[in-house]
Design a protein around this ligand. Sequence first.
Ligand SMILES: NC(=O)c1ccc[n+]([C@@H]2O[C@H](COP(=O)([O-])OP(=O)(O)OC[C@H]3O[C@@H](n4cnc5c(N)ncnc54)[C@H](O)[C@@H]3O)[C@@H](O)[C@H]2O)c1
Length: 265
Amino acid sequence: MNSVQGKVAVVTGAASGIGRGCARALGARGAIVVVADIDVAGSHVVAQEIQAAGGSALAVRIDVGEDSSFEELKTQLLAEFGRADIVMNNAGVITRGLPEHIPLEEWHRVINVNLFSVVRSHAAFLPLFLKQGSGHFVNTASFAGLMSYSYDRMPYSASKAAIIQISEGLALYAKPQGIGVTVLCPGPVATNIGKNMPSFGPDTPTRGPGPQFQMRDAQEVGNEVVDAIEAGQFWLPTDYQIREILVSRAADWDAYVDRQIESMK
Ligand SMILES: NC(=O)c1ccc[n+]([C@@H]2O[C@H](COP(=O)([O-])OP(=O)(O)OC[C@H]3O[C@@H](n4cnc5c(N)ncnc54)[C@H](O)[C@@H]3O)[C@@H](O)[C@H]2O)c1
């Protein structure tokens, strides 16, 4: 087991929701937590929460949608701590609309923030981890990247499917070199993600992955993420019932698509 105690751990999107839960869990287990978010005030609040609970934390501003963001973060961490051990690429945004209504610029925005942030992070931190011979990436994907249960958030699900593939490829490459990779695939988790979601075209009914999936608590998910880092676990869904759907889809993909269409009637 790789304890997170004393490790320098960055979490993006840590001012709210799942990122906040992970940052607090890392702090509680003795990591030095870098609370990174575009929401500066929110990241200071979370850093203070960690400190008030007896942990170590530093709030930094990052816009993961900017090309230079992760290189600048790395420079800051090396100046401050001389190393980085855990990088959780968690900041993400969602959008909504029927396929013919979502404008190209919105596709660019979602893919840039959700997917290219992970690309930028790996580009900045993988060379450092390889040099150190250690490190751990956690990339936040989604059930929406594992399967399609709706048709009104395609830029989001496309970005999350790509994050899963990148994470898997990175694990094949980096794990034999001592670097951990975890892909977190959340189902429904109570957070702020839907609050400022842009919407294009007519309203569509909100569809989730299925009634069997209970809304999870972000702090519980944060604790599970730290367990997964310490165990070196690759795939971390927030509900293992997702396996049954994936297995039945793999057995007959056409039947899966037909079942989904039927369930939307
Ligand atoms: N909540 C769910 O049900 C759910 C399900 C599946 C996946 N996810 C994923 O979990 C991750 C965290 O989302 P959440 O649900 O906690 O949402 P949230 O909105 O509560 O938190 C997201 C955080 O990301 C930050 N952020 C947004 N854009 C940013 C940028 N450009 N640079 C830096 N920070 C930025 C926000 O300020 C916010 O603090 C996302 O990647 C999301 O897609 C969430």
